[in-house]
Write a protein that binds this ligand. Structure first.
Ligand code: KG4
Ligand code: ZN
Length: 401
């Protein structure tokens, strides 16, 4: 059994958790002991996007408080004190995070080494200033507590996020995944299809050439005057249009958007043209006629276009590798329409292939997924920690092939 403290600060959520991991890659088992998350979403919403330096400052303010909370919840905290030489060396890691440094100095005066085996931290992809807060904090803890540390790829986290499910009664269960699997990763920064041979063995099959699908949702939302993040809002409007049976014809305007690259015989995507098409469409309609009904119809057409392309390519990829399962991860995995269409189409075209979506609160960024992916990374590294000096924030970190 490996008891893991995990830390995620790649974007606008500060998240820490403690889990027990066991069973290896063949039959992984996880028990959540503690989980804490603080979101900056409201703060960033007023700017219409995430500013890296604002995100960094907010992570630094709250991370020590979340550490105390999660270790207390997991019941692994002990009173005591960290010896001064190690303490100073540890705190030096936080010289760029003054608030976190001050709070952690206080923490080290009050508490000793907690009962954990490993520290896992997101090292990328993400916003580098934001990533650095989690990494520096993790390094400080690793030095002070003399515990191994493992850097974790955020996207591997999104793949692992489907492993913590709840059964019909709400009890935690771990699904058994049959390999090979296809992982569809759809978020604000990524749109990728991977072959998953087992946990921690991946092959990239295709990715977006420009915008990510979540980004296209957000940009379309902005064009329609909807608040950030736009994905959930577009999805809600699209549903209303479907429920009311509202189409372009019902407002006397042709509302049709392209399905970019749907016929390309590969697993790549392009979403910037779709967003531009929305721009031209809104210009064509004109501001005066842009009422709520038209916004609902555009949202519906946009969602249909984006999802059609994603579903078609995912099924094609699953068919090509003879996948036993499809795993969907990332913020856009929360999209209900995507869940419905992918499930229906997969059943039609691939028979009884199993599809796994993360629980709602594990679709968006969290640290439980980082703990799980961190466990697999630790196993791949022969249960050894990573050289602390080699851990760096990498904004464009790719999944190791
Ligand atoms: O994975 P995530 O939380 O952050 C990263 O980008 O890493 O994903 C956030 C993205 C945003 O673009 C957001 O608009 C989108 O996921 N999103 C959705 C939905 N919920 C979140 N997009 C479509 N439908 C949704 N229901
Ligand atoms: Zn993410």
């Amino acid at each position: 059994m490996t008891r893991i403290l995990s830390i995620e600060t790649s974007c606008d959520e500060t998240a820490l958790s403690v889990i027990d991991a066991d069973g290896g890659t063949l039959s992984p088992k996880f028990t959540v002991l503690g989980n804490a998350l603080a979101t900056q979403a409201e703060l960033h919403a007023q700017y219409g996007g995430v500013f890296p330096m604002v995100a960094k400052r907010e992570h630094g303010k709250i991370i020590t408080e979340l550490l105390g909370r999660v270790l207390t919840e997991a019941n692994v905290l002990s009173l005591g004190e960290i010896k001064s030489a190690r303490r100073d060396e540890a705190l030096a890691e936080l010289h760029r995070e003054p608030e976190a440094k001050e709070n952690l100095a206080f923490f080290f005066e009050k508490y000793g080494v907690p009962n954990i085996d490993l520290i896992c931290v997101t090292s990328g992809p993400g916003l580098e200033p934001a990533l650095w807060v989690g990494i520096s904090f993790a390094k400080a803890l690793s030095i002070a507590w003399q515990k191994p540390i493992m850097p974790v790829n955020h996207m591997e986290g999104h793949i692992a996020s489907i492993l913590l499910q709840k059964d019909a009664e709400g009890k935690p269960t771990i699904p058994a995944i049959q390999f090979p699997a296809i992982a569809l990763l759809v978020s604000g920064g990524h749109t990728e299809i991977h072959e998953v041979k087992t946990w921690n063995k991946y092959k990239l099959l295709g990715a977006t050439k420009d915008d990510a699908v979540g980004e296209a949702f957000d940009k379309t939302a902005r064009l329609l005057g909807l608040p950030y993040p736009g994905g959930p809002k577009i999805s809600a409007l699209a549903k209303e249009a479907r429920d009311n049976n509202e189409t372009g014809e019902s407002v006397g305007h042709k509302i049709e958007l392209p399905r970019p690259m749907i016929h390309s015989h590969d697993f790549n995507f392009s979403f910037s043209g779709l967003k531009t098409a929305v721009l031209y469409l809104t210009r064509d309609i004109g501001e005066k006629k842009m009422d709520d009904k038209i916004k609902r119809i555009i949202s519906r057409e946009f969602e249909d276009a984006a999802i059609e392309v994603i579903v078609k390519k995912t099924i094609l990829a699953a068919d090509e590798i003879g996948a036993e399962s499809i795993i969907v991860g990332g913020g856009v995995a929360a999209n209900k329409r995507l869940r419905e269409v992918l499930s229906d189409e997969a059943k039609k075209k691939l028979g009884n292939i199993k599809i796994f979506f993360p629980e709602r609160d594990l679709s968006t960024d969290n640290s439980l997924m980082i703990a799980m992916a961190g466990y697999f990374a630790y196993l791949k590294n022969n249960k050894r920690g990573f050289d602390i000096k080699k851990i760096k924030a990498k904004g464009n970190l790719k999944i190791e092939q």
